[in-house]
Design a protein around this ligand. Structure first.
Ligand code: GTP
Ligand code: MG
Length: 390
C-alpha cells in the first residue's frame, strides 16, 4: 500500500519525518516504495527547519499562516490553527500534486497532535480539503493524544483534544488514536524522548505497507495483505498494535517438522500477538471493534497454516464482533512480528472523557466570563465621576 503522508504542527511533522525514514528503509532494504510523498505543514518556521528527512524545499515543508503568526506558531489556539489552514490550505493541495508517483497513491494519512494549536486545528480542515479534492481515495487521520501530565496542568489541552477529535472524526474515513501516555508506560526511559516515541508510532506501518508492495514470489505469503484489505478494515476510531518475538539466529532442524517445532512456532506467534494487543496505541476494548486485521511477518520457515489459524482464533476470541482480515508476510530475519489493527471501535473511554471534560470547561468558561464582565462594569461605574487627563 502506498501513502501520501502529511504531518501538521510540530508533532505531526516529526512523525511525518519518521514516515519519510520508513520509506528510505523500504527502498534500501526491500527495494520497494511505500510512500509517494511526505509533507510537513506548520505555522512555525523553526520547527520546519528542524526536520531531518523530509525534502527541505518549500513545497514539502509548507509554512502556513505567515502573515498571521509571523512564523512563530499559534500558541495552542487551535481555532487559529483551523483559520490559517482554511486560508492557506491550497498550498498543501498544490504541493501534493508535485508528488512524483502521485497516481500510485492508495490513501492519504494526515498526522497531528490533538492538544496543540496548529496541528489540532488544521488536521480537520486539511482532511476535509483533501477529501473534497480526491474523492476516490480514503483519507486517514493519525491523532496523537497528550500525556497525562499535560491534561492535568493545562485545561486547554483537553478542550483542544475534544474539538480536534470531534471535527476530524466527521471528515476522515478512519482515525488512528495514538496515546502518548501509553508509550511512556512501556518504558520509562522514553519519558522525554519524543523521537523514540515517534519511531514506535510509525513502526507498525512498515510491514503493513510493505506487504502488498512486494514483487518477488519469495516475499509473497500464502495470503498477501494488500491495500484492499487495509482499506476494507479501516473505518472510524482505530487502534494500532505491534508485537515482536525474537527468533534464534541459527536453528538446526535436520529437516524435521515434528509437532514440537510446530507448537513452538505457534507459541512465538501467540506471544507476539499478545504483545501487540496489550500495547495497542490507545486503551480500548477489542470487543467493541467491528473490524480487525492482523499481519504476521517472519522468515517463511517460521510460518505455517496452523500459526495463521491460531492467531485468527486468538483475535476472534477477544474481538468476537469483528470481521477479521489477515495476511502473512515472509520477510525479516531476527523476529516474528505481528501487526494488529482494531477498527470501527464503537466506544473509546478516553474520547468520551475528553468530550465530557471539554463540555464542563466550556460551561465554566462561560460563567467565568459573565463574572468578569460584571466586575468590569462595576469598575467602570466606580470611575464614572473621576476626571481624566486625556
Ligand atoms: N509523540 C509526540 N508527541 C509530541 C511531539 N511534539 C509534541 N507532542 C505532543 O503534542 C502536543 C503539542 O502539540 P504540538 O504538535 O507541539 O503543537 P503544534 O501543532 O505545533 O501547535 P502550536 O505550537 O500551538 O502552534 C503535546 O501533547 C505534546 O506532548 C512529538 O514529536 N511526538
Ligand atoms: Mg508548534
Amino acid at each position: 500500500m502506498k501513502l501520501v503522508v502529511i504531518g501538521s504542527g510540530q508533532c505531526g511533522s516529526r512523525i511525518a519525518d519518521e514516515f519519510a525514514r520508513l520509506n528510505r528503509r523500504a527502498r534500501a532494504h526491500r527495494h520497494i516504495e511505500i510512500i509517494t510523498g511526505v509533507f510537513a505543514v506548520n505555522t512555525d518556521a523553526a520547527d520546519l527547519s528542524g526536520l531531518a528527512t523530509i525534502n527541505s524545499d518549500y513545497q514539502h515543508r509548507i509554512l502556513i499562516g505567515g502573515r498571521k503568526t509571523s512564523g512563530h506558531g499559534v500558541g495552542k489556539i487551535n481555532e487559529l490553527g483551523a483559520e490559517v489552514a482554511r486560508e492557506d490550505g491550497d498550498k498543501v493541495i498544490d504541493a501534493i500534486r508535485t508528488a512524483r508517483h502521485f497516481f500510485e497513491t492508495d490513501a492519504f494519512l494526515i498526522v497531528a497532535s490533538a492538544a496543540g494549536g496548529t496541528g489540532s486545528g488544521s488536521i480537520p480542515v486539511i482532511t476535509n480539503m483533501i477529501k473534497d479534492r480526491y474523492m476516490d481515495k480514503p483519507v486517514y487521520a493519525l491523532v496523537v493524544l497528550p500525556f497525562e501530565h499535560e491534561e492535568q496542568t493545562e485545561e486547554r489541552t483537553v478542550y483542544n483534544s475534544a474539538i480536534c477529535l470531534k471535527s476530524v472524526s466527521t471528515v476522515a474515513d478512519a482515525v488512528f488514536l495514538v496515546d502518548n501516555q501509553r508509550y511512556v508506560r512501556k518504558d520509562f526511559s522514553l519519558k522525554n524522548n519524543l523521537a523514540k516515541i515517534n519511531a514506535l508510532i510509525a513502526e507498525p506501518f512498515y510491514n503493513l505497507l510493505c506487504a502488498g508492495e512486494e514483487k518477488k514470489a519469495k516475499h509473497i505469503g500464502a495470503k498477501m495483505l494488500d491495500a484492499g484489505d487495509i482499506i476494507q478494515t479501516l473505518v472510524g476510531w482505530s487502534a494500532l498494535g505491534y508485537g515482536k518475538t525474537p527468533l534464534p539466529l541459527f536453528r538446526f532442524s535436520f529437516g524435521r517438522s515434528d509437532f514440537r517445532k510446530k507448537s513452538t512456532e505457534t507459541h512465538k506467534g501467540i506471544m507476539a500477538m499478545d504483545a501487540a494487543v496489550s500495547e495497542l496505541s490507545i486503551r480500548c476494548k477489542p470487543v467493541e471493534a467491528g473490524r480487525a486485521l492482523y499481519l504476521i511477518s517472519a522468515p517463511s520457515k517460521e510460518m505455517n497454516m496452523d500459526l495463521t489459524k491460531e492467531l485468527g482464533d486468538y483475535l476472534k476470541d477477544i474481538a468476537p464482533e469483528a470481521i477479521i482480515r489477515n495476511g502473512d508476510y515472509p520477510r525479516g530475519g531476527g523476529s516474528l512480528d505481528v501487526t494488529v489493527i482494531l477498527s470501527e471501535l464503537s466506544d473509546v473511554e478516553k474520547i468520551k472523557t475528553y468530550y465530557n471534560k471539554a463540555a464542563e470547561f466550556i460551561h465554566d468558561r462561560k460563567s467565568r466570563q459573565v463574572e468578569i464582565d460584571s466586575k468590569q462594569r462595576e469598575f467602570e461605574e466606580a470611575s464614572k465621576n473621576i476626571p481624566s487627563l486625556l
